[in-house]
Design a protein around this ligand. Structure first.
Ligand code: GAR
Length: 221
């Protein structure tokens, strides 16, 4: 590896399932000028499809069954040990469906990102697409943010908006949102890993002079 490559931030992607966001991060990290490399994929589900895919992609993996640990903190201390063994700089939660304790979050303050399938602060929690349809909103989307102890809160790094169309179901709307998740997660990681993103209070400033790269504007189909 060149000197340039070795200075890239070492990222752990934490997953629980299929790992499509993990794939988008791996693909971006393989671009020459990307400031981060995916050094580890860690799953709390031993049979997560994303875990097998990461192995096939030649990426180091770890599987830690949360049910095999005495409690949440015990599980997190095991995760922390694995992250330390792999010299991880940044953590990306990508469909990692475990609530994290303030202790674990504090270990990664300003260094842990999450993607959420809604335009935060709207629709924290689960079933975001169903709830957006129930409410009749016309714009929905996704958010990448820094992780803080409160669930689905924390300074927002990037968001993308999509239109809600007449015939949408939770599945079609979710698929439209997911396409944008795959755009903004690599972008957000790039901003953080390159050092361009600075947290000021609850805001993330990136030095961007236009919103062009940070906001995907919905185009009606
Ligand atoms: C993604 O839609 C992500 O935003 C969501 O889980 C999905 C994981 O898909 N995350 C959450 O709901 C976290 N609260 P993926 O495994 O294909 O990346």
């Amino acid at each position: 590896m060149s000197g340039q490559a070795s200075r890239r931030k070492r990222v752990a992607v934490l997953i629980s399932g299929r790992g499509s966001n993990m794939h988008s991060l791996i693909a971006a990290s393989r671009l020459d000028d990307f400031p981060a490399q995916i050094a580890l994929v860690l799953s709390n589900k031993l049979d997560a499809p994303g875990l097998a895919a990461a192995q096939e992609a030649g990426i180091a993996t770890a599987a830690l069954d949360h049910k095999a640990h005495a409690g949440r903190e015990d599980f997190e201390r095991a995760m922390q040990d694995v992250l330390a063994q792999h010299n991880i700089d940044l953590v990306c939660l990508a469909g990692f469906m475990r609530l994290l304790t303030p202790w674990f979050v504090s270990q990664w303050a300003g260094r842990m990102l999450n993607i959420h399938p809604a335009l935060l602060p709207s629709y924290r929690g689960l079933h975001t697409h169903e709830r957006a349809l129930e409410d009749g909103v016309k714009i929905h989307g996704c958010t990448v943010h820094f992780v803080v102890p409160e669930m689905d809160a924390g300074p927002i790094i990037a968001q993308a908006a999509v239109p809600v169309l007449d015939g949408d179901t939770a599945a079609t709307l979710g698929a439209r949102v997911l396409t944008q998740e795959h755009v903004i997660y690599p972008l957000a990681l790039k901003l953080v890993a390159s050092g361009a993103a600075h947290i000021e209070g609850n805001r993330v400033l990136t030095g961007e002079t236009t919103s062009e790269r940070l906001l995907v504007v919905p185009t009606p189909a």
